[in-house]
Design a protein around this ligand. Sequence first.
Ligand SMILES: *[C@@H]1O[C@H](CO)[C@@H](O)[C@H](O)[C@H]1NC(C)=O
Length: 189
Amino acid sequence: MLNRLLISLLAIYIPAVESCNGRVPVSPTGTCGPQQTMFNEAFCRCCYVDTKGHPTIGIGYNLDQPGADATMRKYGLNVTAVKQDCYEHTTKHCLTQANALDLFNTISYSDKVGCVERFVPGLPPTVKAAVVDMAFGGCGSLQGYPNMKDALMKRDWKRAADESTKSDWCGIVGPTRCQMDHRCIASGM
Ligand SMILES: *[C@@H]1O[C@H](CO)[C@@H](O)[C@H](O)[C@H]1NC(C)=O
């Protein structure tokens, strides 16, 4: 009885912890790009709750975003049932590895590239890949870094890199990912 009570209290008060369900191992490349972002985000075939508390699937695909319903249907899944896996800690409605990759390549990654191209057009590839990696925190969240944007517009890579580490993004993802994106931006390549 007491155990049951404790468990239900924990279920309510435990903060959102990232726990990948249906994990597919990914090797890091050590420089910014789609494969590194895949490693950074983790590759989870089943629903999990991300660090911001959003039900997420595949490689950082937020299931609360508009269009998630149609996207899941494209891969033969029902978004309600997929999210239910998150809430019930089950793994009954998962993407196949091939479909999760397809979702990343054709939807998630290209969406973020679009975000970055609108944020600051014409960035060199490594810098762009780092900002795309940051855009996985949410396309709109880039607008919260006006000083980084200003430095990127002026092609002041060192300052842009330093500004990137002042973002709340760094606090969320931790120093390893943050420092790699910093290096990529500072490279100006
Ligand atoms: C989707 O899943 C939910 C929850 O399991 C279910 O209630 C609903 O009927 C399903 N919808 C379709 C179209 O299958």
